[in-house]
Design a protein around this ligand. Structure first.
Ligand code: GLP
Length: 235
């Protein structure tokens, strides 16, 4: 595990974007794992700028997002579909059918989960996965207690996670209780992982990765078992 401490949020965003830029230059058909949340907003801005400058093309790229809420339509402002469209997809040349997120409105959610895993597999697996981290150590929406053997699955969101994400909804009670997320195993199969964390509220969480052992009670600790993880962080 490689730890890179930065002084500013901008520095973190630029460093992460440079890693993705290099990946796309080396392999224009890359499969990228994408994350949502406040943390990667600056990263997406930087990545869009790299694209605008003509440094990278997404014409042959496939993206797979970590997660999506259950019960929220793609067009709704609070969906992760919409987040990705606003922060990245509408600014770049990715073919619509190459940008994948779980469908939180699928009639058969179990089937949707299996389909999502299959799709990742059919595309050759994820080359480079971006991750944020929840204050309780969740990655994607894999909450404390999630088995490390999980593939894409349906989760019940922890109360803390619903509170943390309430700022994106008109009212806390509108935050969905369920989500679809890539499982820990799905995430761990990515060839390379970049985790971004910035701010005082994440300091304690990062310390736990460094100081505690590997446990399903702290999902992000699984990353210690991965051969190529870089954590870019600051506060
Ligand atoms: C959500 C997402 C996670 C993200 C986390 C942290 O729960 N599902 O993928 O890492 O929020 O978000 P933020 O970056 O806003 O702190």
């Amino acid at each position: 595990m490689k730890w890179i401490k930065v002084n500013t949020y901008d520095e973190m965003s630029k460093m992460a974007a440079a890693i993705f830029e290099k990946q796309l230059i080396e392999k224009p058909q890359s499969v990228l794992g994408m994350a949502t949340g406040g943390t990667p907003e600056g990263f997406y801005k930087e990545l869009v700028q790299c694209h605008m400058k003509g440094d990278i093309s997404f014409a042959e790229v496939n993206t797979f997002n970590l997660d999506e809420y259950v019960g929220i339509a793609a067009e709704e402002a609070t969906s992760y579909h919409n987040y990705m469209y606003e922060h990245l997809f509408k600014h770049i040349n990715i073919p619509r059918q190459n940008a994948h997120l779980p469908n939180g409105l699928a009639e058969d959610l179990e089937k949707e989960c299996a389909y999502y895993d299959k799709l990742i597999e059919q595309n050759g697996g994820i080359d480079l996965q971006l991750l944020g981290i929840g204050v309780n150590g969740h990655i994607g929406f894999n909450e404390p207690g999630t088995s490390f053997q999980t593939r894409t699955h349906i989760v019940e969101l922890a109360e803390k996670t619903r509170q943390d994400n309430a700022k994106y909804f008109p009212e806390e009670k509108e935050v969905p209780k369920l989500a679809i997320t890539m499982g820990i195993e799905t995430i761990m199969e990515a060839k390379r992982i970049i985790l971004l964390a910035f701010g005082e509220n994440k300091t304690e969480t990062l310390k736990r990765i460094q100081q505690e052992g590997i446990s399903e009670e702290f999902p992000a600790s699984c990353l210690k078992n991965h051969p190529d993880v870089t954590i870019i962080y600051g506060s």
